[in-house]
Design a protein around this ligand. Structure first.
Ligand code: SF4
Length: 700
């Protein structure tokens, strides 16, 4: 029986808005923004304010475990016992025959921290492989590497509360007006009250965010680093740099200076396709500001040069000394609600729990000792796209996919289809039968969703919140932690016999003690009674830590922040050609979320952008004989998409845009943007490049 009202957190984006859930006279739940929540102060965006439709509508829910004995058999309903016994028996026999690296777990930035922790412990501690990765690889991994290279650890230094203290925002490779709406609303409100606040947007599209900006630099895709370096050069030449900060708290400035002075503003302007005058204006606004915040998302991260884009942008905060002080700092915008929590528990193929380093023997031994196992493998696991390559090549035999829909979200979808078809055993743990990946499962496990299980999440500003269980899951669906723990015990592993989710949380927080992400002073009781906290929450900072690096001591060995010089300044992985003369970039739209298994159920969320369309510039449309509304065929080296054209100067000449949400495997799937995209990866972060695929467009 649900209480009169409960407080929880939105299950969509990394903004992490507080939600009050109530019941109406028909016993149906409805949601309101939590007026007391420090993030959203009562506001909700279109997705958040419609969450109750998703929770109330169980028509698409997977209700029972289903299994097929072979690919020639249909799936049939089975008991949980039969389902998990089969999973354990297949995993045991595959590991016995082919070794632990022949199995993998692919999880999600929507998983709760406790779920992530258990999946990571199970895989790295007990199955004996680091083959666990997450769909956060597709959105955050370049930012993680950027922070580590600059500050020594994956640490977002800033809070949303700094928004109201800043007078300059550089928003680049992000469209928060659509993708992080409540955070953007705070920027809008701040500017409305303080007209002197300046907003610079760098994006190849004239997005709603760009429309609100004082200055929009509509750059050519892939030239971001040239532009950031040109701004850095201008700041240096104008003397708008913080020499004291550079001298006392950073290293590597001389190498950085050499690089930024190599390219003239004139040359940079030509490469980037933006006016020299605008580069100068941007530098002037940043250099004269008292509080400078940079914000970015997928435009930087999803690139073959994503790591270099991140560090080059972070260099602008270092050169101006805008780190660790009010209203200042580099702020990566998390796409998913708990991508940050996943990183904390080490839920990626190259990470260890509590920010320990997989390459460090001592760290591996510490984690092994904590979990009571002999060792953690030193071999980095397969990352998201590498897992599917390994399935296709036959090196990986069995995969367990939880809370994500790779058939639509991973790049080069046809390759993912082939990989799934070649796999020996696929487990899909899901809430919705609308997930395209379910069609490829040998075993389908029904999972509990939002409000149907408890746990914690961490938003973009390191804020941990507790999400209570308030309603029962339909049918036989179970919380993900229960499913993982039950499976682990059937595998014969010790250490998974928890009495509650709280015990899992307590185990994790004990592990954080003494680390940079120490939350050993934060338990469920405090979260329930006192609300949300920003890590670290330890004996020195029992109320949490809104801002990092106020003492200017960074987490690098020298305690100085590091200027990194990019190994490449432009995306040269792929170039336009006569065959494929246009650059395709993909992204989100305002009212849909990921692959639409949740937001696609809500009819009022379909009105804003009902169908996928190809945004094409009037010049490119004319050259290709395309009129607004025509059905167009978009071809790349990887596949074909057919959708209607929207002829618009929102998009830069030479570039076209497709939204990433649509795609139905069992239908024509010709609206799936990832039919076209490449599997080119950043060499360090292994994040795929969704922002630069060369294509040809014609009228169909
Ligand atoms: Fe939910 Fe993000 Fe919208 Fe807030 S901004 S209501 S967290 S989707």
């Amino acid at each position: 029986m649900m209480k009169k009202e409960i407080k929880t957190t939105c299950s969509y984006c990394g903004v992490g808005c507080g939600i009050v859930v109530k019941k109406d006279i028909n016993n149906k739940i409805f949601v309101e923004g939590d007026k007391e929540h420090p993030v959203n102060k009562g506001m909700l965006c279109s997705k958040g304010m419609n969450l109750h439709y998703v929770a109330n509508d169980t028509s698409d829910r997977i209700l029972y475990p289903e299994m097929r004995w072979s690919r020639s058999h249909p799936k049939e309903r089975v008991s949980w016992n039969d389902a998990l016994d089969r999973a354990a028996s297949v995993f045991k026999s595959v590991i016995k025959k082919h070794g632990p690296d022949s199995v993998a777990f692919y999880v999600s930035g929507q998983s709760l921290t406790e779920e992530y922790y258990i999946a990571n412990k199970l895989t790295k501690g007990f199955l004996g492989t680091n083959n666990i990765d997450t769909n956060s690889r597709l959105c955050m991994s370049s930012a993680v590497v950027g922070y580590k290279k600059t500050f020594g650890e994956d640490s977002v230094p800033i809070s949303y509360a700094d928004i109201e203290l800043a007078d300059c925002f550089l928003i680049t490779g992000a469209n928060p007006a659509w993708c992080h709406p409540i955070l953007f609303r705070r920027i809008e409100q701040h500017k409305e009250k303080n007209p002197n606040v300046k907003i610079i947007v760098i994006d190849p599209r004239k997005t709603d965010t760009a429309n609100f900006a004082d200055l929009h630099l509509q750059l050519k895709p892939g030239t971001d680093i040239v532009l950031y370096n040109a701004i850095g050069r201008r700041l240096y030449k104008r003397g708008l740099i913080d020499e004291d900060f550079i001298k006392n708290y950073t290293q590597g400035f001389q190498d950085y200076k050499k690089v930024i002075l190599e390219t003239s503003l004139k040359k940079a302007s030509k490469i980037c396709g933006v006016l020299e005058d605008d580069i100068e204006k941007a530098a002037e606004i940043i250099g004269l500001s008292k509080g400078f915040i940079s914000m970015w998302a997928m435009g930087l991260n999803q690139s073959v040069i994503g790591t270099d884009k991140n560090t080059s942008l972070l260099n602008l905060s270092l050169i101006t000394g805008h780190v660790g002080k009010p209203g200042s700092g580099p702020f990566s915008l998390t796409g998913q609600p708990n991508a940050m929590g996943g990183r904390e528990v080490g839920g990626m193929a190259n990470l260890l729990a509590v920010h320990k380093d997989l390459n460090n023997e001592e760290h591996r031994a510490e984690v092994a000792q904590f979990w009571g196992v002999d060792k953690i493998s030193a071999k980095p696991g397969l990352t998201a796209t590498e897992m599917f390559d390994a399935l296709e090549s036959g090196k990986l035999k069995a995969i367990w996919i939880a809370c994500t829909n790779p058939l639509v979200s991973l790049p080069n979808s046809h390759r993912i289809e082939k990989a799934m078809a070649k796999s020996k055993f696929v487990v899909v743990q899901e809430i919705s039968n609308k997930s395209d990946t379910v069609a490829y499962a040998d075993l389908v496990l029904p999972a509990a969703g939002w409000l149907e299980k408890e746990g914690t999440m961490t938003n973009s500003e390191r804020r941990i919140s507790y999400l209570p269980k308030e309603i029962d899951a339909p049918g036989e669906a179970r919380p993900d932690v229960e499913i993982f723990c039950d499976f682990a015990q059937r595998m014969g592993f010790r250490g998974f016999n928890y009495n509650s989710t709280e015990e899992i949380y307590d185990e994790y927080t004990a592990m954080t003690k003494g680390t940079k992400i120490d939350v050993s002073f934060l338990n469920y009781e405090r979260l329930k009674l006192e609300g949300t906290f920003q890590w670290p929450v330890n004996k020195y900072r029992s109320k949490g830590t809104p801002r990092l690096f106020e003492d200017k001591k960074f987490y690098t060995p020298s305690q100085k922040a590091i200027f990194n010089v990019p190994s490449s300044i432009q995306n040269t992985a792929i170039e336009t050609s006569d065959e494929f003369p246009l650059i395709l970039t993909t992204g989100r739209i305002r009212d849909q979320w990921h692959t639409m298994t949740k937001t696609g159920k809500v009819s009022r969320l379909k009105t804003h952008y009902p169908k996928p369309v190809l945004e094409i510039n009037p010049v490119d449309a004319y050259l290709n004989n395309i009129k607004d509304g025509d059905i167009t065929e978009i071809k790349s080296a990887n596949g074909v998409v057919r959708v209607r054209a929207k002829v618009t100067d929102v998009i830069k000449e030479g570039v076209v845009f497709l939204p990433m949400h649509w795609g139905k495997v069992l239908q024509s799937n010709l609206n799936r943007a990832n039919n076209l995209t490449n599997t080119h990866l950043d060499p360090i972060s292994k994040e795929p490049d969704f922002k630069f695929t060369t294509v040809a467009v014609s009228k169909y």
